[in-house]
Design a protein around this ligand. Structure first.
Ligand SMILES: *[C@@H]1O[C@H](CO)[C@@H](O)[C@H](O)[C@H]1NC(C)=O
Ligand SMILES: *[C@@H]1O[C@H](CO)[C@@H](O)[C@H](O)[C@H]1NC(C)=O
Length: 404
């Protein structure tokens, strides 16, 4: 027979149980590593950073570095970046440099493990051709793990792939300014200024059609804009003119002020429309490496090794007024505008600044391309530097999943 509690003992048992429960619940958080509830389909974004900075480090020549996951036969290549096919010099050396962060190690992606983890989830890139360059690298790496990978271009995507073995979609939505913009020829304008051929109207408060409806579809989103924000793309006779609530902003904004207003509006849209548990990244500028002149003035990037650390300021610091200063100029503005937002910075600028050796340069796969367009010292050869971007992105996605 169970011993019967005497009525005098009962209150103290209850009291002790309560004390125990209190102590247990107070200290529980210190003894458990698991989040209270495991994330299911979507996962939580996290602003917490892991202890090390993957963006600070050095390139080390390592001839034993494993070969890239793909070659010139990857079905997702874009011709002009397919440097193996275009017989670019030096490709083996370009892919023997390894990014080594200062205080931690950067693992190479394991595409099988990564796609396994992403099962039933989707990854989207939104922005300009440098995000497309990033995407093509990602697709080629991932296709090593799924021979059934198929081209995918739905929902306004410009380029993408579906990985049927894992039910994962990875795609790029082309929206070079992020905001909606359109060409308006001179005839359609009310006021006629001399020398104007027309304007590009930018609606600062309206995201471009290409991504306005896709924010629910993706579990990871990587945004960028920047490479089109120059007088190069929008010279005086065909400028950007900024509109808000359908009306021209007055007084008119210059390019950089326009960029800031667009960023603020796009960030507001993202905060409102992108689900909280979507992992969001903002990729900072990819630097260009024109040496000896602008792209249309015989600027060249026929370098056979990365720059040294002490050369970087000379090339890129805006105060030195070199032809490649845009990346840092825009980064200062973008970083400031992003401050305090729930978006992780993908600060690939510094590590890419070293790699003057890794652009397609004169090997563009088309006979007259160089005489028409100049060298390409802006995009990157694939395989090449964006494969390292992929390794870093994947590591940060893992971190977000762990801390989510
Ligand atoms: C594939 O993933 C989507 C989410 O992206 C999900 O809705 C769908 O049910 C999945 N399909 C299968 C067959 O699991
Ligand atoms: C570029 O190089 C070509 C051929 O060497 C030369 O004719 C041309 O003047 C150069 N252009 C500039 C802007 O330096």
């Amino acid at each position: 027979m169970p011993p019967k509690l005497s009525s005098s003992l009962l209150p103290s048992v209850i009291f002790l149980s309560l004390v125990f429960l209190f102590i247990y619940s107070t200290f529980l958080p210190f003894f458990t590593n698991n989040p209270p509830s495991a994330p299911t389909k979507k996962f939580l974004a996290s602003s917490s950073s892991s202890s090390c900075n993957l963006f600070d480090g050095n390139w080390v020549l390592d001839r034993t570095k494993p070969k890239p996951f793909y070659d010139d036969s990857c079905p997702f290549h874009r011709n002009a970046w397919n440097c193996l096919k275009n017989k670019r010099d030096n490709m083996e050396t370009i892919n023997s440099w390894k990014w080594v962060p200062k205080d931690c190690s950067l693992e190479r992606i394991d595409p099988w493990r990564f796609l396994g983890l992403m099962r039933n989830r989707n990854i989207g890139f939104v922005g300009d051709s440098l995000n497309e360059n990033f995407l093509v690298s990602f697709l080629c790496v991932l296709s090593a793990a799924d021979s059934g990978a198929k081209k995918w271009k739905k929902k306004g995507a410009w380029r993408g792939a579906y990985f049927p073995h894992y039910n994962v979609t990875v795609a790029y939505h082309r929206a070079v300014l992020l905001a909606k913009y359109k060409w308006m020829p001179k005839e359609s304008l009310v006021s006629d200024q001399g020398g104007l051929k027309g304007i590009y109207r930018v609606d600062v408060d309206v995201p471009a059609d290409e991504w306005i409806g896709i924010t629910d579809f993706y579990d990871v989103l990587v945004f960028n804009t920047g490479h089109w924000w120059g007088y190069d793309k929008f010279p005086e006779e065909t400028p950007l003119v900024f509109y808000r609530h359908g009306q021209p902003i007055s007084p008119p904004l210059g390019l950089l002020d326009g960029l800031q207003v667009v960023l603020e509006n796009m960030l507001q849209y993202i905060e409102k429309k992108v689900p909280k548990n979507t992992i969001k990244f903002w990729r900072l500028q990819s630097p260009r490496h024109f040496y000896g002149g602008e792209w249309n003035q015989n600027g060249s990037c026929l370098l056979d090794r990365p720059l040294e650390e002490d050369q970087l300021n000379l090339w890129f610091e805006p105060s030195n007024n070199g032809v490649n200063k845009d990346a840092r100029t825009l980064n200062y503005l973008i970083k400031e505008t992003l401050e305090g937002r729930d978006i992780q910075l993908l600060d690939l600028t510094h590590l890419s600044e070293f790699r003057a050796d890794a652009h397609p340069a004169i090997w563009l796969g088309k006979k007259d391309a160089v005489s028409v367009w100049g060298q390409d010292c802006l995009h990157w050869c694939l395989p090449g530097v964006p494969d390292t971007w992929v390794d870093i992105l994947v590591q940060l996605i893992y971190n977000s999943l762990e801390t989510g």
